[in-house]
Design a protein around this ligand. Structure first.
Ligand code: HAM
Length: 560
């Protein structure tokens, strides 16, 4: 290798953010903060409280709620084994391999001693994982651990004896027993980075007995979600959602003495209010050109969605050869998702398919009409879209999506819907649910588009205000520096942005730097100012200056 090539190789690797992830930098992060602050404020006015749930959960939670056959669960989750699982897996495998190897050896005291001691270590680790519920607390697992324990209790004292005797038969039996018992141990689940947060909120509702709180429980969250999708504009592998969920326990008394009309009205009001809150939030953010699409996908019963799905499947089978491979596959797995297809060639056929609105049961149809009525009462403008089925399994009745301009093909800025029964599916009490999640990355993108266009139209997002310009302190001399520190502290605690250079600069350089940072004023602090107790404030636009004491300066800045 030439010297040049060796040097090139020595160069440290430059790291880049992983595909589909990105850094959010200032000043854009200020917009993110304002959007989030607006969500905190608007959601609080509707009685919602913030919940923070973990970023990873058992994979099983998402499989059960979002659905095994969905794109999200079947191919987009970031899933990995927990540390303890890896350690235990390795040890279990090692135990089995050791047992197999030792089979060919004669019962030797040392080999046996080390095998028993390793088995005993494994049992300690597995036993404590079991007691912490890190491996499933099933009867089978308990039995396996107990049996390993009893083998150790039997053999440990024996191998310690001076007169150690063991037949080949005993030896083989012990090895195969331990290998079999270790293998039988079901070490448990995987964990996944959350692809969404509805499942976690339902898990938390159950875990913290929130059904005992006054109902409905109204929660919101914000934070990163993870999906291994093909990255493109508005689609990332780490993206951010702002979401809200309303959970409403069904009391046993309500089930026995059902007042269907009252129940449907309550649900419809909750749906409409969640959507109203969402649109209020978008309005406060200054998001323009949004369209709210709504639909009802009924409920999973033969006289409602299930009947419709069978009809749809039959129709799709008739036109199977006209459909692309994805839709063809979905005829078997999930015919509703065919309606989601964006494939140009399929559109004329999909438009002629039967529509779910004509197949809703009476209760679902009444609920859907009530939701539309409640939206109208709130002045929320919507469009119906019979093809809006959503890509997660837990939905029933209301589904909705909002699109925004400037986003290209990934134009859904929010999605949501009703999911009665999900809490029950996760082991909780009978509970109804409705919620939505806003794609924050897309919301920001769309706001930035509005902002870009605002210079032409004069319309500006209320969130588009820039950070206030800094006040630059040009100090000269150590005595002035000490004063400058005090002045900076006073101004900052009064809420002003101050730039204080770390080293003394020549006057011209200091003013140039102030202009570079976007400052409108420079505060000049030298020996004269310290002595007189009056600072010089220079207006950078026209070069004029005035003398002010610190209280006068504060007063002047406040009036700006
Ligand atoms: P979702 O439709 O999967 O629903 O996601 C909601 C929103 O998150 C989408 O409309 C989109 O704006 C944004 N989003 C999704 N994937 C990405 C991505 N890869 N990159 C950027 N943005 C993305 C849910 O997640 C449900 N949990 C919503 C919900 C809450 N339903 C009931 N409650």
């Amino acid at each position: 290798m030439s010297e040049g090539a060796a040097k090139k190789e020595e160069k440290p690797r430059k790291f880049q953010a992983i595909r589909g992830t990105r850094d959010l930098l200032p000043p854009e992060t200020a917009l993110w903060n304002r959007v989030e602050q607006t969500a905190h404020e608007v959601f609080a006015t509707f009685g919602f409280g913030e919940i923070r749930v973990p970023i990873f959960e058992p994979t099983e939670l998402f499989r059960r709620s979002v659905g095994i056959d969905t794109d999200i669960v079947s191919r987009e989750m970031f899933t990995f084994p927990e540390d303890f699982r890896e350690t235990l897996d390795l040890r279990r495998d090692y135990l089995a391999v050791r047992a197999r190897e030792l089979r060919n050896q004669l019962p030797a005291k040392d080999a046996m001693k080390s095998f028993i001691s390793f088995t005993s270590d494994f049992l300690d680790l597995a036993g404590s994982a079991f007691s912490r519920d890190q491996i499933p607390q099933t009867a089978e697992n308990k039995d396996s651990l107990d049996q390993i324990h009893s083998r150790i209790l039997l053999w440990e004292p024996k191998v310690e004896q001076k007169e150690f005797g063991c037949t080949e038969q005993d030896w083989l039996l012990l090895l195969s027993d331990i290998a079999m018992l270790a293998n039988r141990l079901e070490i448990g689940g995987l964990i996944s980075l959350r692809p969404e947060a509805t499942a976690s909120v339902c898990r938390a509702y159950i875990e913290h007995n929130m059904q005992q709180l006054p109902q409905p429980v109204k929660l919101y969250y914000m934070g990163p979600m993870f999906r291994r999708e093909r990255p493109q504009k508005g689609r990332y592998r780490q993206f951010y959602q702002i979401g809200a969920e309303v959970l409403d326990r069904v009391r046993p008394a309500d089930t026995i003495l059902r007042d269907v009309a009252k129940e449907l009205r309550r649900d419809a009001v909750i749906d409409a209010e969640a959507i109203e809150m969402l649109m209020t939030f978008f309005g406060k953010c200054g998001l323009q050109g949004t369209t709210l699409y709504i639909n009802s996908i009924g409920h999973n019963a033969p006289n409602c969605r299930r009947g419709y799905v069978e009809k749809l499947r039959a129709e799709l089978t008739k036109i199977k050869d006209k459909l692309g491979p994805d839709s063809q596959r979905r005829i078997d797995t999930n015919p509703l998702r065919v309606l989601d297809s964006k494939l140009e060639s399929e559109q004329p056929y999909i438009e002629k398919l039967p529509r779910i609105a004509d197949h809703l049961c009476e209760e679902c149809a009444t609920h859907y009409s009530a939701v539309k009525h409640q939206l109208e009462m709130r002045g929320v403008i919507y469009r119906e879209n019979w093809r809006l089925v959503r890509g997660l399994d837990y939905y029933m009745r209301t589904t909705f999506e909002i699109t925004a301009p400037g986003l290209g093909s990934q134009n859904a800025v929010c999605g949501g819907g009703r999911y009665d029964g999900l809490v029950e599916l996760l082991g909780g009490p009978r509970t109804k649910g409705i919620g939505f999640a806003i794609g924050e990355d897309r919301l920001i993108l769309s706001l930035q588009e509005v902002d870009k266009r605002s210079s032409d139209t004069g319309v500006q997002s209320p969130l588009a205000t820039r950070q206030s310009p800094p006040l630059y302190i040009a100090w000269m001399g150590e005595r002035a520096y000490a004063t400058a520190l005090g002045t900076a502290k006073t101004l900052r605690s009064a809420g002003f942005r101050v730039e204080l250079p770390p080293v003394e600069q020549k006057f011209g350089i200091a003013l140039g730097r102030a202009v570079q940072l976007g400052a409108k004023y420079a505060l000049i602090l030298g020996d004269n100012e310290v002595t007189s107790g009056e600072w010089t404030l220079k207006m950078l636009a026209d070069g004029t200056q005035r003398k002010l004491t610190e209280p006068q300066l504060l007063d002047f800045l406040r009036k700006l």
